[in-house]
Design a protein around this ligand. Structure first.
Ligand code: SF4
Length: 342
């Protein structure tokens, strides 16, 4: 296994290295105190708390093996917010490494042409050689692929009307191309997640799943409120409600956080349907299903909404006001505003 594989474990060559090493993940997760499992938990927990994948393990083999184990853990947690946050964190770390490695990174010394990281190699890795061509000033990206990769990028400068088009291609700088590659990495990491995990492996990873779920159910977050008062909703939830009312197809994680927020402040499914007012029974059903999903059978909230930091990662933290400066979670905002309005 090469160091490149440990740094970019989602590369096809890294997957092949794991296969070639004939590592039995089912057997690996049964070993007590297996460092690859600990590192896998660290990858996922760091994604949720810091939006990074934490510090790499000193042993490249352990670092590489921790990636497929982390994917198993994410699959077992089976929460769209966790999946998305994890994929974003892997992509964010990879993006930093790509920048360092391409610019002659100080901590990576490749010795053969096979393992040199180049823009061309990255393009080949993501089947982009025919859709991205170098130019004198940067690169040109085929417009259909550009639209796909830029779809989740927040800055309005990525929108097509703000770009020049050259015969069906979109000119981009090198830095912009690397940003688009970050989106490709996120897409690669998220592909296939969550997947079905055999019961025998799931049983061995109970502790890993519990560690992730502990982070999700942060006890510092207020979860009990005297009133349901939409006037005290934070700006981010107001904005998501507006978009839902306008009939916009929200990304899964945005839907999830909106429904989770509404359920946690005490709204029943029909109240959420009423406040969104979708005018479409399919969307109303989706709301009912979502609200039921975030609650346990005892009516408690199994999946409270994510923190402000994660909302920022999603691009869902918008229209911040003075109260936002004093809190770290949308539910804390709601609690603060309810108390102020009393
Ligand atoms: S700071 Fe927090 S509460 Fe305020 S808009 Fe952003 S995510 Fe919402």
């Amino acid at each position: 296994m090469e160091r490149l594989h440990a740094r970019y474990p989602f590369f096809a060559a890294a997957r092949e290295a794991v296969d070639a090493a004939a590592v039995d993940l089912g057997e690996l997760v049964t070993r007590p105190d297996e460092p690859a499992v600990d590192r896998a938990v660290d990858r996922v927990v760091s994604a949720l708390t810091d939006h990074t994948i934490g510090e790499p393990h000193g042993d490249d083999r352990i670092e590489l093996l921790s990636y497929p184990v982390a994917r198993v853990v994410v699959s077992l947690v089976d929460d769209p917010v966790v999946t998305r946050t994890y994929a974003k964190a892997e992509a964010a770390t990879a993006h930093e490494r790509v920048l360092a490695d391409l610019d002659g990174g100080d901590d990576l010394k490749f010795t053969t042409n096979d393992t040199d990281l180049t823009v061309e190699r990255l393009l080949a890795e993501f089947d982009l050689e025919d859709e991205v061509v170098p130019t004198e000033d940067g690169y040109e990206v085929a417009v259909t692929r550009y639209l796909q990769l830029a779809a989740d990028l927040d800055d309005p400068d990525w929108r097509l009307p703000r770009r020049s088009l050259a015969a069906g291609d979109v000119p981009v700088t090198r830095d912009e191309l690397l940003e688009l590659l970050r989106a490709a990495i996120e897409e690669r990491v998220a592909a296939g997640l969550p997947f079905a995990v055999p019961d025998a492996i799931a049983a061995e990873l109970d502790h890993a799943v519990a560690a992730v779920e502990d982070v999700l159910s942060d006890p510092a977050i207020p979860t009990e409120f005297a009133d349901v008062d939409p006037a005290a909703f934070p700006p981010c939830m107001d904005a998501l409600l507006e978009r839902a009312r306008a009939g916009e197809e929200l990304p899964d994680h945005s839907w999830f956080v909106l429904l989770s927020f509404c359920a946690t402040v005490g709204m029943h499914a029909e109240e959420v349907v009423a406040i969104v007012d979708p005018g479409d029974e399919t969307v109303a059903e989706r709301i009912r299903y979502g609200v039921e999903r975030v609650a346990t059978s005892e009516g408690e909230i199994a999946y409270p909404p994510v923190s402000c930091a994660t909302m920022q990662t999603y691009g869902d933290c918008v229209n911040k006001d003075e109260t936002c400066e004093t809190i770290a979670h949308p539910l804390s905002y709601y609690e603060t505003r309810l108390a102020a309005d009393d």
